[in-house]
Design a protein around this ligand. Sequence first.
Ligand SMILES: O=C(O)[C@H](O)[C@@H](O)[C@H](O)[C@H](O)COP(=O)(O)O
Length: 240
Amino acid sequence: MTAPTRVVVHTDAGAVAEATAARLLLAIIDTLTVQDRADVVLTGGTVGIATLESAAASPLARQIDWTSVHAWWGDERFVPAGDPDRNEGQAQAALLGSLPLPEENIHRMGASDAFGSVEEAATAYADQIASAGVPAWDVLMLGMGPDGHVASLFPGHPGYEVRGVEALPVHDSPKPPPTRVSLSLESIRRAKRVWVVAAGAAKADVVARALHGDLSLPAAAVRGSAETLWLVDAEAVAKV
Ligand SMILES: O=C(O)[C@H](O)[C@@H](O)[C@H](O)[C@H](O)COP(=O)(O)O
């Protein structure tokens, strides 16, 4: 079962980030009323990181028992730990570092100084997911590139077609840096709530194509079982 796509339009990128942050914190609160843990998949990208900054500033963040929240990533750049390109480092600075989230709840994808190859890093991430019982992600956020990629699944690139694994290595990514780890489409589609966040005129063409169902775009293929939301600004939906 997958949920149909719904589109929520905000005025601008800042409003997308603020509203998504509030939505994220409320979804965690709701989840923890019916489950003893919440598994949340974070995204990099401009709006994704701005969302985490907004969450850090929200009073709602203080109402959450963060020891019950697990943070995961949709994709990661395979560069050394501490490199400013790392999505996890940006998320740490924007939100995670200010929360009482136990270290063992932070499920980072491997860095290039810790793994001999990106294949090993992807396998290790799949193992982490397996050790956690292959969670149905409670919330999974995805930024979207102007080419229609989500996580590190790019149009026309082999990773988009990969099946049967939770996480995969990505070489020659069209967006630098070229080597990455990504969740697979199957893993993404196991999420309860999938939220695609996008803002700005540069995304308008691809938002229109994806919302019209152009499945050559990974962004058009992502769905949640309970909710599929596109959280966008007015510029990004101008061509729909
Ligand atoms: O590692 C990455 O680069 C991201 O995870 C990527 O998928 C990003 O979310 C989109 O490219 C949108 O990025 P912007 O919001 O900056 O356009």
